[in-house]
Ligand binder design. Structure first.
Ligand code: FES
Length: 110
């Protein structure tokens, strides 16, 4: 499987969650104020809730159901009740701002 183009950085609203499904994998994509693009698993690990329906705050996204915050950089929950991380996916942005994400390439974070 290869990385898939999801759009350009110009098309992403700052600090807004965007849901994409790549090869059947739901992913939430967020561009921060500095223009950095993050991609993490879209399904909350506490319940079957789309994180893209939640709220972006600084470098985290909050699940609307019970309030767990997930780091956009590590995928780790920062607050309970979720305690398992969501996956983090490799994001590539080319010189023209075209974003590609590989749903099979998870980033190892410590
Ligand atoms: S379903 Fe996300 S915190 Fe409960």
């Amino acid at each position: 499987m290869t990385a898939e183009r999801i759009g350009t950085t110009a098309e992403l609203e700052v600090n807004k969650a965007h849901r994409v499904v790549l090869s059947g994998v739901p992913i939430v994509v967020v561009k921060d104020a500095a223009g950095v693009v993050y991609a993490i698993g879209d399904t909350c690990t506490h319940g079957d809730i789309s994180l893209a329906e939640g709220f972006v705050e600084d470098d985290a996204i909050e699940c609307w159901a019970h309030g767990s915050m997930f780091s956009l950089t590590t995928g780790k929950p920062l607050t309970l009740p979720a305690y398992e991380p969501v996956p983090v996916y490799a994001v590539t942005v080319d010189a023209d701002g075209v974003i590609t994400i590989d749903p099979n390439e998870k980033v190892a974070v410590s």
